[in-house]
Design a protein around this ligand. Structure first.
Ligand code: FUL
Length: 462
């Protein structure tokens, strides 16, 4: 089979499409570290220190919702092994703490109540469990934990397997039975995507919030090798790592990069970063909540760059999100909804080769535009000049991602100026238009893997 044909035959599973539709969702890092002022616990922490007496899951979920997020992933167990639920296979859990209530229950219930998808982070690396490093016995223990989480708390949209491990060459070595873990997830929660050390959602490769310029969803199958992912993950608790961007592997999916790959998979990227320097709450970081502009920029590049955005907000030792984080989430949600409030594309005339394109106005894969060639020119004409903020483009990814290069021009002072040129559109591309005042925009699709598809065009005022 020719490369182009193999490329466009690589398409997403429905669960991956649903995941991309969720798009922007919260990470909640919470465990004994919140009380020890650490980022990594060593597993020896006593449950007696866990006292988030004012914990209010509704406060978390409401704040998350105010940012426009549609999901929440909770660290049900971080590397220290402390379980935030009523785990039957270890006493190292919340029920034996002064707090004494099942936090996974409270958070998953609050998510359900507010229409937020719920996901679980379960660290494979466990520094408390004596079985860790023993092989099958630990796998059995891990499967029991996974089963409790996937059967007791309703629908789960994400199972997040962290690649981090700080055991070092002389430490314990656990050979995880990944395939067994995946089989249990598929059986118990067939709609859940397995992220990072898993086959469904690809870690973008850094914790800084950096999205590649071209974040391809069709990549070599070997990109999902969990041992390679773990190799690139954190090996020691390092602040420097949390803001490092590795420039290797910049091109994972261009046609050139895939030329000699015999197996391809649909493996879209997720960008994960924290609203603060650390993943966990530290009092000293209360005034280090990232600026609104920085978070919005990450949003535009990730959600608007064919990836998803997992933003961490850590609760305090009282069990509440800090007012500074809550305020920032509200501002971010406000800015996002204001920027993308209402598309004015329906007011414009949208044509390609003289044909009118109604099909790109509805945000659905049932209707889409597909030109006969691998290139296309789309003209958007308004009745009067508009001040424009963003253009949003989407492909019908049920037919894979096809666009390999495109440009956007705006008509000013009697001529078209190129304001953007890019590669990937994929699930969604947000193109900043820099407040240009114009009555005409031109989209040029200049290269594609077979005939391209455009399922949605949105134009938003500045
Ligand atoms: C890392 C972990 O070591 C951090 O503590 C955090 O959970 C982050 C999301 O992944 O690799």
């Amino acid at each position: 089979m020719q490369l182009d044909e193999r490329l466009i035959k690589t398409v997403p599973h429905e669960r991956q499409i649903r995941f991309q539709q969720i798009g922007f969702y919260a990470f909640i890092h919470f465990t004994v570290n919140t009380f020890t002022d650490k980022e990594w616990g060593d597993g020896s922490e006593s449950p007696s220190i866990f006292t988030p007496m004012k914990l209010d899951a509704e406060q978390w979920v409401t704040a998350v919702k105010s940012a426009g997020m549609k999901g929440l992933i909770l660290t049900c167990k971080h590397h220290d092994g402390f379980c935030l639920w009523d785990c039957k296979c270890t006493p190292h859990n919340v029920m034996n703490s002064p707090y004494g209530k099942d936090i996974v229950r409270q958070v998953s219930d609050a998510c359900k109540k507010h229409g937020i998808a719920f996901g679980v982070y379960l660290s494979p690396w466990d520094r408390n469990c004596p079985l860790y490093g023993s092989g099958k016995a630990y796998d059995d223990f891990f499967i029991t934990q996974l089963t409790e989480l996937l059967t007791g708390y309703g629908e789960v949209f994400s199972v997040w397997f962290d690649g981090a491990c700080g055991e070092g060459p002389d430490g314990k070595k656990q050979y995880y039975d990944w395939e067994r873990y995946y089989a249990v997830i598929r059986e118990l929660q067939p709609g859940a995507c397995i992220s990072v050390c898993g086959p469904d959602i690809r870690w973008c490769g850094n914790e800084a919030g950096h999205t590649r310029k071209a974040e391809w969803s069709v990549v070599p199958e070997r990109a999902k090798d969990s041992e390679i992912i773990a190799e690139k993950s954190q090996h020691e608790d390092s602040e420097e790592f949390r803001r490092r961007v590795d420039a290797r592997d910049e091109d994972l999916g261009s046609r050139q990069a895939l030329e000699n790959e015999d197996k391809l998979i649909w493996y879209p990227a997720e960008v994960n970063t924290s609203i603060r320097p650390g993943w966990f709450w530290h009092e000293s970081e209360n005034d280090k909540v990232r600026p609104l502009e920085e978070l919005f920029d990450i949003y535009l590049k990730s959600v608007g760059g064919n990836a998803t955005f997992l933003l961490n907000i850590p609760p305090t030792n009282e069990g509440l999100l800090h007012e500074n984080d809550v305020a920032r989430l509200g501002e971010l949600g406000e800015l996002i909804s204001r920027s993308f409030a209402c598309s004015i594309a329906p007011e414009a005339e949208i044509t390609s080769g003289g044909e009118s394109l109604e099909s790109v106005l509805s945000d659905s894969y049932d209707e889409y535009f597909m030109p006969p060639e691998n290139t296309a020119e789309i003209n958007i004409t308004f009745k009067t000049p508009e001040r424009l903020g963003y253009l949003v483009l989407k492909e019908n990814i049920r037919m894979s991602q096809r666009v390999e290069s495109f440009s956007v021009d705006v008509f000013e002072c009697g001529v078209f100026h190129e304001v953007y040129s890019g590669t990937v559109i994929g699930f969604k591309r947000i193109v900043p238009l820099g407040s240009a005042v114009t009555d005409r925009i031109r989209i040029r699709i200049t290269d594609s893997r077979s005939a391209p598809t455009v399922s949605f065009i949105g134009v938003y005022r500045s």
